[in-house]
Design a protein around this ligand. Sequence first.
Ligand code: HEC
Ligand code: HEC
Length: 258
Amino acid sequence: MKKRISLLITLLPLLLASCSNKEVLQGKETSLIKENITAGKEDIIYPDATPSVPDGQIVWQKLNCASCHGIDGKGVNGKSSINLSDKNYMNRQKPVDQYKFLVYGDSQGKHPAIDKLVSRREAWSLVFYVRSIARPPATPEQVMEVDAVFGSNCAVCHGKKGYGDGPLAHNLEPIPANFQDFKRFYDRTDSILWDHIANGIKWEGMPNFLGKEDKAKNVQFTDAYIWKLVDYVRHFHETTEKTLPSSSQESKGKNLST
Ligand code: HEC
Ligand code: HEC
């Protein structure tokens, strides 16, 4: 017994070193889950309809977020140093944390809270607009392009419409993810989705795709193609269509200009 423990102790640093050296996460998403922004204690209220990126842009303009963040999100000198157009930063943000930060403000009360200014759907649309500054969502053309690849590689488990109800689904435990499930997917960073599609989820029936190919469709599942799949998965729970007619904007006309 003692021997085994000491062996473990000698091997542990080696094991740890070999993990941390890898660029690819190989299913170890916990490190990324922790990398999120300050989240308040307040409740998350999920939207009543799919959040819309163009609606969110209207909210961004109405609330004058650009007065500190700039039209391009890169930040106005002396007002904000954060670069909202930085993909590496944005890929590590969960929609739920961004929602809490924007709606209730930050924990030190420095960031303006908008819970009194917008409806819940507008708040979620704003979250997805902010995300789109760094990662533009899949266009309808891009969605169509990936549709066929999704159809032959993913739909057998996830279902054609992403409800997690493909023909193989009832044989799997846990069942395949339902891409329309706001609660699940707003709690994921884009990096985690990339990692799960690239490296699979061990023991849980989600296969790994990085480095494989779909010969019939002439598609290689490269790093870049996995990102296309992430954007495709996101299109099930955010939309690039306007959902609110501009006359029925619910926000109360105030803004945060400084
Ligand atoms: C008065 C200036 C100001 C206004 C107005 C403002 N922000 Fe900010 N925002 C900041 C500052 C300051 C930070 C903290 C980062 C920094 O030091 O630059 C920040 C941070 C953020 C972050 C990053 C949070 C994080 O920790 O990763 C997001 C997202 C954000 N703001 C979105 C918005 C949106 C959307 C609006 C419009 C509703 C808005 N901001 C309005 C100044 C502002
Ligand atoms: C053999 C069945 C199967 C196939 C094929 C499959 N998946 Fe999955 N997938 C699963 C299962 C099962 C889960 C749920 C695992 C869990 O809950 O831990 C899952 C989960 C996921 C998740 C959610 C990960 C998360 O962080 O919650 C994503 C995204 C995903 N799959 C994308 C894809 C894509 C894209 C394809 C095709 C390129 C695909 N899957 C093909 C079975 C499959």
